[in-house]
Design a binder for this molecule. Structure first.
Ligand code: SF4
Ligand code: SF4
Length: 193
Protein backbone atom coordinates (compact mmCIF):
# COMPACT_ATOMS: atom_id res chain seq x y z
CA UNK A 1 0.00 0.00 0.00
CA UNK A 2 2.74 2.47 1.07
CA UNK A 3 4.70 1.51 -2.05
CA UNK A 4 1.76 2.29 -4.34
CA UNK A 5 1.28 5.73 -2.68
CA UNK A 6 4.99 6.43 -3.16
CA UNK A 7 4.80 5.56 -6.88
CA UNK A 8 1.79 7.82 -7.49
CA UNK A 9 3.52 10.67 -5.60
CA UNK A 10 6.59 10.52 -7.82
CA UNK A 11 4.49 10.20 -11.00
CA UNK A 12 2.50 13.35 -10.06
CA UNK A 13 5.69 15.11 -9.05
CA UNK A 14 7.38 14.49 -12.42
CA UNK A 15 4.22 15.50 -14.31
CA UNK A 16 4.13 18.74 -12.35
CA UNK A 17 7.79 19.43 -13.04
CA UNK A 18 7.22 18.78 -16.75
CA UNK A 19 4.27 21.22 -16.84
CA UNK A 20 6.26 23.93 -14.99
CA UNK A 21 9.18 23.37 -17.38
CA UNK A 22 6.95 23.76 -20.48
CA UNK A 23 5.36 26.93 -19.07
CA UNK A 24 8.76 28.42 -18.26
CA UNK A 25 9.95 27.64 -21.79
CA UNK A 26 7.05 29.68 -23.23
CA UNK A 27 7.87 32.54 -20.85
CA UNK A 28 11.57 32.50 -21.77
CA UNK A 29 10.81 32.38 -25.50
CA UNK A 30 8.53 35.42 -25.16
CA UNK A 31 11.22 37.29 -23.23
CA UNK A 32 13.52 37.24 -26.24
CA UNK A 33 10.82 37.55 -28.95
CA UNK A 34 10.35 40.93 -30.69
CA UNK A 35 7.20 42.70 -29.36
CA UNK A 36 4.16 42.71 -31.66
CA UNK A 37 2.70 45.85 -30.06
CA UNK A 38 3.64 49.45 -30.99
CA UNK A 39 3.91 52.50 -28.74
CA UNK A 40 0.69 54.17 -29.87
CA UNK A 41 0.20 57.13 -30.28
CA UNK A 42 3.96 57.84 -30.71
CA UNK A 43 4.04 55.15 -33.39
CA UNK A 44 1.14 54.17 -35.59
CA UNK A 45 0.67 51.27 -37.91
CA UNK A 46 -0.18 51.73 -41.58
CA UNK A 47 -3.89 51.24 -42.09
CA UNK A 48 -5.05 48.56 -44.54
CA UNK A 49 -6.06 49.91 -47.96
CA UNK A 50 -9.77 49.36 -47.36
CA UNK A 51 -9.86 50.67 -43.79
CA UNK A 52 -12.93 52.78 -43.07
CA UNK A 53 -13.16 54.62 -39.76
CA UNK A 54 -14.27 58.06 -38.60
CA UNK A 55 -17.00 59.87 -40.50
CA UNK A 56 -16.46 63.31 -41.99
CA UNK A 57 -17.98 65.91 -44.32
CA UNK A 58 -16.17 67.05 -47.45
CA UNK A 59 -15.67 70.21 -49.50
CA UNK A 60 -15.67 70.39 -53.29
CA UNK A 61 -11.97 70.36 -54.28
CA UNK A 62 -12.50 72.78 -57.18
CA UNK A 63 -14.90 75.35 -55.74
CA UNK A 64 -14.20 74.91 -52.03
CA UNK A 65 -17.95 74.73 -51.37
CA UNK A 66 -19.56 72.26 -48.99
CA UNK A 67 -20.61 69.13 -50.85
CA UNK A 68 -23.61 68.49 -48.60
CA UNK A 69 -26.90 69.59 -50.14
CA UNK A 70 -28.94 68.84 -47.02
CA UNK A 71 -31.03 66.15 -48.76
CA UNK A 72 -31.35 64.13 -45.51
CA UNK A 73 -30.92 60.74 -47.20
CA UNK A 74 -28.20 59.86 -44.70
CA UNK A 75 -30.53 60.78 -41.85
CA UNK A 76 -33.30 58.52 -43.17
CA UNK A 77 -31.04 55.50 -43.80
CA UNK A 78 -29.09 55.60 -40.53
CA UNK A 79 -30.20 52.55 -38.46
CA UNK A 80 -29.51 54.00 -34.97
CA UNK A 81 -30.72 57.46 -36.12
CA UNK A 82 -27.63 59.33 -35.02
CA UNK A 83 -27.64 61.87 -37.88
CA UNK A 84 -29.77 65.01 -37.84
CA UNK A 85 -29.89 67.34 -40.85
CA UNK A 86 -31.81 70.54 -41.49
CA UNK A 87 -31.87 71.74 -45.08
CA UNK A 88 -31.21 75.36 -46.02
CA UNK A 89 -32.83 76.15 -49.37
CA UNK A 90 -30.86 78.56 -51.53
CA UNK A 91 -31.16 79.92 -55.07
CA UNK A 92 -28.62 77.75 -56.91
CA UNK A 93 -28.39 74.78 -54.59
CA UNK A 94 -29.34 73.66 -51.11
CA UNK A 95 -27.11 73.35 -48.06
CA UNK A 96 -27.21 71.71 -44.65
CA UNK A 97 -28.10 74.42 -42.14
CA UNK A 98 -27.59 71.96 -39.29
CA UNK A 99 -25.73 68.67 -39.49
CA UNK A 100 -25.00 66.67 -36.34
CA UNK A 101 -23.71 63.13 -35.90
CA UNK A 102 -23.59 61.31 -32.56
CA UNK A 103 -20.41 59.32 -33.14
CA UNK A 104 -20.66 57.55 -29.76
CA UNK A 105 -23.75 55.68 -30.99
CA UNK A 106 -22.65 55.14 -34.61
CA UNK A 107 -22.49 51.54 -35.83
CA UNK A 108 -20.00 52.34 -38.64
CA UNK A 109 -22.28 50.50 -41.05
CA UNK A 110 -21.41 52.95 -43.87
CA UNK A 111 -25.00 53.19 -45.13
CA UNK A 112 -24.93 56.99 -44.90
CA UNK A 113 -21.87 57.02 -47.19
CA UNK A 114 -23.52 54.66 -49.67
CA UNK A 115 -26.64 56.79 -50.15
CA UNK A 116 -25.03 60.22 -50.32
CA UNK A 117 -25.56 61.56 -53.86
CA UNK A 118 -22.75 64.13 -53.67
CA UNK A 119 -20.03 62.18 -51.77
CA UNK A 120 -20.44 64.73 -49.02
CA UNK A 121 -20.17 62.24 -46.18
CA UNK A 122 -17.24 59.83 -46.25
CA UNK A 123 -15.21 57.64 -43.93
CA UNK A 124 -11.60 58.36 -43.03
CA UNK A 125 -8.59 56.08 -42.67
CA UNK A 126 -8.40 56.68 -38.92
CA UNK A 127 -10.07 55.85 -35.63
CA UNK A 128 -7.97 58.39 -33.76
CA UNK A 129 -10.56 60.21 -31.66
CA UNK A 130 -10.54 58.55 -28.28
CA UNK A 131 -11.77 60.74 -25.45
CA UNK A 132 -13.01 60.43 -21.90
CA UNK A 133 -15.71 63.03 -22.55
CA UNK A 134 -18.70 61.66 -24.43
CA UNK A 135 -19.81 65.18 -25.41
CA UNK A 136 -16.76 65.52 -27.68
CA UNK A 137 -18.21 62.77 -29.84
CA UNK A 138 -21.35 64.77 -30.65
CA UNK A 139 -20.04 66.17 -33.92
CA UNK A 140 -21.48 69.27 -35.55
CA UNK A 141 -21.00 70.38 -39.13
CA UNK A 142 -17.78 72.32 -38.50
CA UNK A 143 -16.20 69.47 -36.59
CA UNK A 144 -17.15 66.98 -39.31
CA UNK A 145 -15.56 69.21 -41.95
CA UNK A 146 -12.48 69.58 -39.75
CA UNK A 147 -12.13 65.78 -39.47
CA UNK A 148 -12.38 65.62 -43.25
CA UNK A 149 -9.30 67.84 -43.50
CA UNK A 150 -7.36 66.16 -40.68
CA UNK A 151 -7.18 62.57 -41.90
CA UNK A 152 -6.68 60.63 -45.11
CA UNK A 153 -10.01 59.72 -46.71
CA UNK A 154 -10.96 56.11 -47.33
CA UNK A 155 -11.16 54.97 -50.98
CA UNK A 156 -14.91 54.41 -50.69
CA UNK A 157 -17.35 57.15 -51.63
CA UNK A 158 -21.06 56.79 -52.27
CA UNK A 159 -20.69 57.08 -56.05
CA UNK A 160 -17.84 54.54 -56.21
CA UNK A 161 -19.73 52.06 -54.05
CA UNK A 162 -22.92 52.43 -56.09
CA UNK A 163 -20.96 51.94 -59.34
CA UNK A 164 -19.51 48.73 -57.93
CA UNK A 165 -22.93 47.41 -56.97
CA UNK A 166 -24.69 48.27 -60.23
CA UNK A 167 -25.15 45.12 -62.38
CA UNK A 168 -23.61 45.39 -65.87
CA UNK A 169 -26.08 46.59 -68.53
CA UNK A 170 -27.30 44.12 -71.18
CA UNK A 171 -25.93 45.17 -74.62
CA UNK A 172 -28.38 47.07 -76.87
CA UNK A 173 -30.04 44.96 -79.62
CA UNK A 174 -28.05 46.45 -82.51
CA UNK A 175 -24.82 45.62 -80.62
CA UNK A 176 -25.99 42.13 -79.64
CA UNK A 177 -26.91 40.94 -83.19
CA UNK A 178 -23.43 41.15 -84.82
CA UNK A 179 -21.92 39.54 -81.74
CA UNK A 180 -24.37 36.61 -82.01
CA UNK A 181 -23.64 36.20 -85.71
CA UNK A 182 -19.88 36.18 -85.08
CA UNK A 183 -20.39 33.58 -82.36
CA UNK A 184 -22.46 31.34 -84.68
CA UNK A 185 -19.79 31.66 -87.40
CA UNK A 186 -17.06 30.65 -85.02
CA UNK A 187 -18.89 27.41 -84.04
CA UNK A 188 -18.09 24.28 -86.12
CA UNK A 189 -20.90 23.92 -88.70
CA UNK A 190 -22.15 27.43 -87.92
CA UNK A 191 -23.06 29.75 -90.81
CA UNK A 192 -20.84 32.80 -91.07
CA UNK A 193 -22.66 35.79 -92.58
S1 SF4 B 1 -22.16 54.68 -40.38
FE1 SF4 B 1 -24.22 53.81 -40.12
S2 SF4 B 1 -24.71 54.19 -37.99
FE2 SF4 B 1 -22.99 55.51 -38.46
S3 SF4 B 1 -23.91 57.44 -39.05
FE3 SF4 B 1 -23.62 56.28 -40.93
S4 SF4 B 1 -25.57 55.20 -41.25
FE4 SF4 B 1 -25.53 55.90 -39.11
S1 SF4 C 1 -24.37 64.16 -46.33
FE1 SF4 C 1 -25.11 63.52 -48.33
S2 SF4 C 1 -26.92 62.30 -47.90
FE2 SF4 C 1 -26.48 63.48 -46.05
S3 SF4 C 1 -27.70 65.33 -46.24
FE3 SF4 C 1 -25.69 65.80 -47.06
S4 SF4 C 1 -25.88 65.39 -49.27
FE4 SF4 C 1 -27.63 64.40 -48.27
Amino acid sequence: MARRIGQSFWRDFFQLCGAVGRAMKVTLLNLIRRPVTVHYPDKTRAYPDRYRGLLALTYDKETGEENCIGCRLCEYICPPQVIKVEMLKAEKRNYAKVFTLELYACEFCELCVQVCPTDAIIMMKSFDMSTADRRELLLDKDRLHQIGLMFEPSWATGNLLRDMQTPPKAPARHEAEPAKAAEAGAKPGGKAE
